[in-house]
Design a protein. Structure first.
Length: 390
């Protein structure tokens, strides 16, 4: 019972510290036990990723599509554009600052993948039933049919399957993540890479924090231009939502505060009541920024391709697969594993690092997301026609 009261972030941090500490003294026979677990767990993740995409994206498209109308299309377009812009801003900034930083702090050698460094006692192969792109296309096909085909039975199945996926993430993947990350850092310590990784990301996290402040500033400067209001006053009014999200790490749990502060900024009640809950699901500017920045850093460390077309493809896909994921603890990064693997070519070790880094900065990404929701509501309120219901 006491363990359940310890949050996921503290457990991840404890796992990292223990992995680095015990890696200096743990006998190889015991290390191979954790290497065996990590091999099985990574196979399970690969098997589940297509189902996570289908389970989260299909009902989200079906539910959003039913709310047909100009206001919906406008909100989705603005939220998606901002999410993609934030991701590409992270890529542009990282392309300038990260290569010399990684070269200076870490040198140019890559990180040895755990499966190659430590031999497990045995391995299990769990082939995925279909690949990520097939899952995404199938999700869109099914979601659009549910939205416009008046198929209540299929809609119910999609919602129930989302519950299956959510419970699998909550009760299977998330509880085992600390052990998985412990094994990754245990391996990196033994291979001499852990300290290098820690040093690099200690610098990168500072840049990510500055970026998330900049994203909120530009969002409210644009909102201020649309509404002809002081952007800094608008941003100041959203601070209670920002602080609440820092504490809860949940866009959904912050909705009441976000809604109240959005109304305080002068957004009409109807638009605020529509935009804030919707954006809590589809607007992921902070999350896209930090995932892109961390992914770029790992690409530099590993010698993986990080050209503009590759990352543009990645960010465009990232904005889609994370739809509806914030409602599930750890859902956003679980959904992001699909494009990380299929587009950027991330293996087990890189994916584990992404999970650890995402959770370590989860609160700041969520706070950036919900604060930006207020800016989007201001823009939509200004763009809507007078005939739209308010």
């Amino acid at each position: 019972m006491k363990l359940k009261k310890v949050g996921l972030l503290p457990r991840i941090l404890i796992a990292i510290v223990l992995g680095i500490g015990l890696g200096l003294c743990m006998p190889m026979s015991l290390v191979r036990v954790f290497a065996t677990f990590n091999g099985v767990f990574s196979q399970l993740l690969k098997f589940l990723i297509p189902f996570i995409i289908i389970g989260l994206v299909t009902p989200a498209i079906g539910e959003i599509g039913r709310q047909a109308g100009r206001l919906l299309l406008l909100t989705v377009a603005v939220a998606y554009a901002d999410t993609v812009l934030s991701g590409m801003l992270a890529y542009g900034t990282g392309s300038v600052f990260f290569p010399p930083l990684v070269s200076h702090v870490a040198g140019t050698s890559g990180v040895t993948a755990p499966a190659e460094a430590i031999s497990p006692y045995f391995s299990i192969t769990i082939p995925a039933m279909f690949d990520v792109m097939s899952a995404l296309v199938f999700s869109f096909m099914l979601g659009l049919c549910i939205a416009y085909g008046n198929l209540p039975t299929l809609r119910g199945c999609a919602i129930e399957f989302r519950e299956v996926v959510s419970k699998t993430i909550t009760h299977v993947i998330i509880p085992l993540l600390p052990l998985y990350i412990f094994g990754i850092f245990l391996d990196m310590t033994i291979t001499g890479q852990a300290w290098r990784i820690v040093r690099v990301f200690a610098h990168v996290i500072v840049i990510i924090f500055v970026l998330h402040i900049f994203i909120m500033l530009y969002e409210f400067c644009i909102a201020g231009l649309f509404t002809k209001k002081n952007p800094f006053r608008l941003l100041y009014n959203m601070l209670p939502a920002y602080m609440t999200a820092l504490g809860t790490s949940s866009s959904a749990a912050t909705i009441p505060v976000t809604l109240r502060q959005t109304l305080k900024n002068g957004v009409s009640e109807g638009v605020a009541g529509f935009c804030v809950p919707l954006c809590a699901t589809i607007h992921m500017s902070g999350s896209a920024m930090k995932i892109t920045a961390c992914a770029l850093t790992i690409c530099l460390l590993e010698g993986l391709p990080f050209s503009f077309p590759v990352f543009l493809h990645f960010v465009l896909m990232l904005g889609i697969v994370m739809v509806a994921a914030p409602g599930v603890p750890g859902g956003a990064i679980m959904a992001a594993l699909a494009p990380l693997s299929s587009i950027l070519g991330f293996g087990d070790g890189q994916q584990a690092l992404m999970i650890a880094l995402y959770i370590a900065m989860d609160s700041f990404g969520t706070a950036c997301n919900v604060t930006g929701d207020g800016a989007i509501a201001l823009i939509i309120d200004r763009l809507r026609k007078p005939t739209d219901p308010s």
